[in-house]
Design a protein around this ligand. Structure first.
Ligand SMILES: C[S@@+](CC[C@H](N)C(=O)[O-])C[C@H]1O[C@@H](n2cnc3c(N)ncnc32)[C@H](O)[C@@H]1O
Length: 278
């Protein structure tokens, strides 16, 4: 695991309060990578990632799902609409919570979704209250990842499943250049740490999940950042950020770093599928 101790939770919350509108304008309903098979549009690729995780988890109609770090509600609404799931989404950002609630209403799924503003590291849910834990690109932002997985295990019923996508530090040992690249990504994208694939497998296994699949999707997702970099340049987003909140500039300036880190394998992108052992 590579850590960046300077990251603060209030900065993560502020990032999503400020930048959600821009994510929506530049990328769509989902704040996660696209998953490419060939040369699909970014919007299709982003939807494909959600659909692929749902297929890997084996989501069943009517599953009770907790969507940790639900963003604008993209996954929650998809699962409610297409798979009849009952979804509880939680986000650190009050702006996103309101956005997701409104979006779900407008898409006719408000009866099957609930969006909470809260911290997944301190939130409490009743024991065994969900069939599925779903989290796309949120655990990067958590400060005590092993403790989070311990809490998560209590919320999922025996036999329940987990689907997690996460930005990862590359396999150990990393050289100094690689470690610096991962640190720069943590700093620029407000992640207190990035775990390796082996870390995630261990964090899931310790509280009683059995990891059934670990998928390395690095090569299928990495073009996300070339597209984002080009769009930010084309639409002059840096100038807008300077006016709105200069604290977001570091984020915009690190898109090339993440591309380089994927290229050198200092970073990887993983999908973890697990089952709670009964
Ligand atoms: C990269 S976005 C992913 C959003 C969504 N999963 C998606 O795929 O569209 C990260 C999300 O994690 C949330 N997040 C970060 N730290 C969190 C925490 N401690 N508790 C709950 N949500 C958190 C942010 O508010 C944001 O919604």
């Amino acid at each position: 695991m590579i850590s960046c101790p300077a990251v603060e939770k209030r900065v993560i919350r502020n990032h999503y309060n400020v930048s959600t509108v821009f994510y929506r304008l530049l990328w769509g309903h989902h704040i996660h990578h696209g998953l490419w098979q060939t040369d699909e549009s970014p919007q299709v690729a982003a939807r494909q990632l959600t659909e692929q995780v749902a297929a890997e988890v084996g989501i069943r109609r009517g599953d009770r799902v907790i969507d940790i770090g639900c963003g604008m509600g993209g996954s929650s609404i998809h699962l409610a609409k297409h798979l009849n799931c009952q979804v509880t989404g939680i986000t650190l950002s009050p702006f996103q919570q309101r956005w997701a609630t409104l979006s779900s209403f407008l898409q006719g799924t408000s009866g099957s979704t609930t969006f909470l503003c809260g911290d997944a590291e301190t939130a409490a849910f009743p024991v065994d209250s969900f069939d599925v834990a779903w989290s796309l690109e949120c655990t990067e932002h958590l400060f005590d990842k092993p403790a989070f997985f311990q809490r998560l295990a209590t919320w999922i019923r025996p036999g329940g499943r987990v689907g997690i996508c996460a930005w990862l530090a590359g396999h150990e040992p990393l050289n100094d250049v690689g470690r610096q690249q991962v640190f720069d990504v943590c700093e620029g994208f407000f992640c207190p740490s990035l775990g390796t694939m082996a870390d995630y497998e261990q964090w899931l296994t310790a509280p009683g999940f059995r990891v059934t699949k670990t998928l390395d999707w690095t090569d299928r997702v990495s073009r996300t950042w070339a597209i984002c970099r080009d769009r930010v340049n084309r639409f002059g987003i840096r100038s807008v950020a300077k006016l709105i909140d200069r604290g977001q500039l570091i984020f915009l300036d690190r898109f090339q770093t993440i591309l380089d880190a994927y290229e050198t394998r200092a970073m990887r992108y993983g999908c973890f599928i697990a089952e709670k052992v009964t």
